[in-house]
Ligand binder design. Structure first.
Ligand SMILES: Cc1ncc(COP(=O)(O)O)c(C=O)c1O
Length: 354
């Protein structure tokens, strides 16, 4: 049997509703980030049922598929665009996050050619060191953009917690707000959207410290998994188990925990190391690193441990499990965001909706 990713659509709807409500109370709009599930239309519909209108994705392919499936919601392109994609960007999305003047000029030219005006969110790097102009350069760049006729500066934004692992805090979000004020004063334009990050920014919503003026968040993980890696916030009623992976046992045997023979490299070129734990009951399940990385999933039964995986086989130590496991039984797993991304992208994993 194919491994199955079970998707509970009503839990996703409820997560979207609760997050939207919590953010609305702080005057923050939520964009639902759809890249974590390849913009699967059934899941997008579930999120929209929860009351979220605006969508965001990093991949033009996903967005194009959403448009073809009839989704007319405003969409924001999250990954700063390729220069070579300018035409497609202005013809597919209403908003894009940007940091390169040369790309913004190309977007303006493409928008003029298409008879449109494209909305730009200028990204500011407040510390995470992924995309964004540096705070001191923002005003010069905005002045440059203001000379372009095909783009409208809809706002500024920032991203954190992705590359540098930097947490959103009062300091870095207040810096974003100070830059907004400087731009508005020096350039004489209003900035409508101040986009203050992704799921990790929800902690400031939950503890009531989100600075007034941050009025948009781009949320993926929080809606899908009801939390994030920080584990530092929660909203009553959010489900962390909207997704469950189920994979079948194809071999179950008592084996020594140590391989026998001369150790070389594993299937991925790593030199494996093993602890001698004597004879252990080991299960092989029918999923592998072609479908998911082992750090992306965690057995629901906490007494089961993942030992490793090659491309098609994952090896589990099930010695301590209380279940009387047999070949053919199915092992359930919870996912983190990495696991979710991989499994939704694997065409070998069947998607089942409940
Ligand atoms: C620019 C940007 N904003 C928001 C997000 C959403 O992040 P999260 O899933 O942590 O909410 C991402 C994630 O890919 C992103 O790249």
């Amino acid at each position: 049997m194919q491994s199955v990713l079970e998707i509970n659509l009503s839990k996703i709807t409820e997560n979207a509703r609760l997050i939207k409500e919590a953010c609305s109370r702080r005057n923050v709009e939520v964009l639902a980030v759809t890249k974590g599930f390849v913009a699967n239309p059934r899941i997008v519909e579930a999120i929209i049922r929860g009351g979220i209108e605006g969508l965001a994705d990093s991949r033009l392919e996903n967005i194009t598929a959403l448009r073809s499936a009839g989704f007319h919601q405003p969409i924001t392109l999250l990954r700063i665009p390729c220069l070579s994609d300018a035409r497609q960007v202005v013809n597919t999305v209403e908003y894009s996050l940007n940091s390169e003047p040369v790309v913004i000029r190309a977007l303006s030219d493409a928008a003029i050619e298409a008879g449109r005006v494209h909305n730009i969110i200028l990204m500011i790097d407040v510390g995470d060191r992924r995309e964004g102009v540096l705070p001191d350069d923002a005003i010069t760049i905005i002045r440059d953009i203001l000379t372009l006729k095909g783009v409208h500066i809809a706002g500024i934004g920032t991203n954190m917690g992705c590359f540098g692992g930097i947490l959103p805090t009062l300091d870095n979000l207040n810096l974003l707000l100070a830059i907004k004020e400087n731009i508005e004063k020096s350039c004489g334009i209003p900035l409508d959207i101040i986009s203050g990050g992704g799921t990790t920014s929800l902690r400031l919503i939950c503890d009531g410290t989100m600075p007034a003026g941050i009025n948009q968040l781009r949320i993926g993980e929080g809606i899908l998994l009801g939390g994030d890696a920080t584990g530092s916030w929660s909203i009553d009623g959010l489900s962390k188990d909207a997704f469950t992976l189920r994979s079948e046992i194809v071999e179950l045997k008592e084996k020594s925990s140590l391989p026998v023979g001369e150790v070389f490299l594993d299937a991925f070129g790593n030199r494996p190391e093993f602890e001698d734990r004597g004879m252990r009951k080991r299960a092989i399940i029918s999923i592998g690193r072609q479908d998911v990385n082992i750090d992306g999933i965690r057995p629901v039964d906490e007494r089961i441990h993942i030992l490793g995986a090659s491309s098609d086989h994952m090896i589990l130590d099930v010695t301590d499990s209380d279940s009387d496991l047999k070949v053919g039984d199915v092992i359930p797993f919870r996912l983190n965001y990495q696991g979710l991304l991989f499994l939704n992208n694997s065409s070998y994993v069947y998607k089942e909706y409940i």
